[in-house]
Design a protein around this ligand. Structure first.
Ligand SMILES: NC(=O)C1=CN([C@@H]2O[C@H](COP(=O)(O)OP(=O)(O)OC[C@H]3O[C@@H](n4cnc5c(N)ncnc54)[C@H](OP(=O)(O)O)[C@@H]3O)[C@@H](O)[C@H]2O)C=CC1
Ligand SMILES: O=C(O)[C@@H]1CCC=N1
Length: 269
């Protein structure tokens, strides 16, 4: 009998991962169970194609072997005991919850294989990057299976320590929001120098899309690509003198990731 995959919390990220699993045919909707009082659009699609929508943990199929935990970290303490009691043996727990440590997961699910992973929202279009950490003693076949599951939504990177996952969260987990905020800021700045709002929004958006696509297509580093825009003594140099000043974007980005890291650590407490 094929194993059942269980997704607990099928919102933005859980939905993106489940969509990747279905699209890549790694998981058949009929072998999927979803627990979420308010499933997102991807989960509804899966339920329409045969995934079980469970009202509570009591209904978890006995052959459930892989469990994706994708609820908000604040929900975890109130559900961990009930979920652990409902699961069988030899299960794999993949948690994407920000800040919930591997040790906390091991305490909650003794005997389970634990993977702590951090995806990001471009996963929804197969352009995500997911870093994960797993027990170094885990058999290589299991690690490969985990990489395949996480790789259904984009690139996968294995990292060494649990604490590094908090750093990953601050960089690539939250990172798409930094880029969207850059888009907002560029559009606002464009308006402030006289461009109409719709033109400003379109220019900012297309600039970020175009620059990202160039970064993906090119063999050049971000530094080389930046330098290719920058004529000596030109307009870009004038702007970069502001952005790259000691109190510029570099320092601001450091403060931002440090704040995100601190928040992830708070979830661990
Ligand atoms: N969004 C992102 O960019 C990323 C998020 N993460 C992590 O993924 C997790 C989910 O985040 P995200 O997808 O953004 O959040 P969402 O709110 O979009 O998804 C969480 C889902 O869980 C549901 N839910 C609430 N309570 C329960 C419950 N008791 N049992 C089952 N499901 C429940 C929610 O329903 P309802 O809406 O009714 O509350 C919602 O549909 C978080 O832990 C976050 O740290 C990781 C990487 C990136
Ligand atoms: O904001 C959050 O807490 C989650 C984790 C990474 C992205 N979103």
């Amino acid at each position: 009998m094929a194993q059942t995959y269980l997704i607990v919390g099928a919102g933005n990220m859980g939905g993106a991962l489940l969509s990747g699993w279905l699209k890549s045919s790694l998981v058949n909707a009929r072998n999927l169970a979803i627990i979420d009082p308010n499933p997102g659009i991807e989960a509804v699609y899966a339920i329409e194609r045969g995934a079980k929508h469970l009202a509570d943990f009591d209904g978890i199929p006995r052959n459930t072997k892989t469990i994706l935990l994708a609820v908000k970290p604040q929900m975890f303490p109130q559900m961990r005991r009930q979920l652990a009691e409902a699961l069988g043996e030899d299960v794999l727990i993949i948690s994407i919850m920000a800040g919930i440590s591997t040790q906390a997961l091991k305490d909650a699910f003794p005997g389970a294989d634990i993977v702590r992973a951090m995806p990001n929202t471009p996963a929804a279009i197969g352009k995500g990057v997911t870093a994960f950490t797993a027990d170094p003693a885990l058999k290589s076949e299991k690690v490969e299976a985990i990489k395949t599951l996480l790789g259904a939504t984009g690139k996968v990177i294995r990292i060494e320590t649990d604490e590094q996952i908090n750093a990953v969260t601050a960089v690539s987990g939250s990172g798409p929001a930094y880029i969207f905020n850059l888009c907002e800021a560029l559009a606002k700045a464009a308006q402030s120098i006289g461009l109409p709002p719709d033109v400003a929004a379109q220019l900012a958006r297309e600039t970020i899309i175009g620059a990202s696509a160039l970064l993906e297509a090119s063999d050049q580093s971000p530094t080389e690509l930046r330098e290719a825009v920058t004529s000596p003594g030109g307009t870009t140099q004038a702007a970069l003198d502001v952005l790259m000043a000691d109190d510029g974007q570099g320092q601001l980005m450091r403060r931002a990731v440090v704040a995100a890291l601190a928040r992830a650590r708070e979830f661990s407490e």
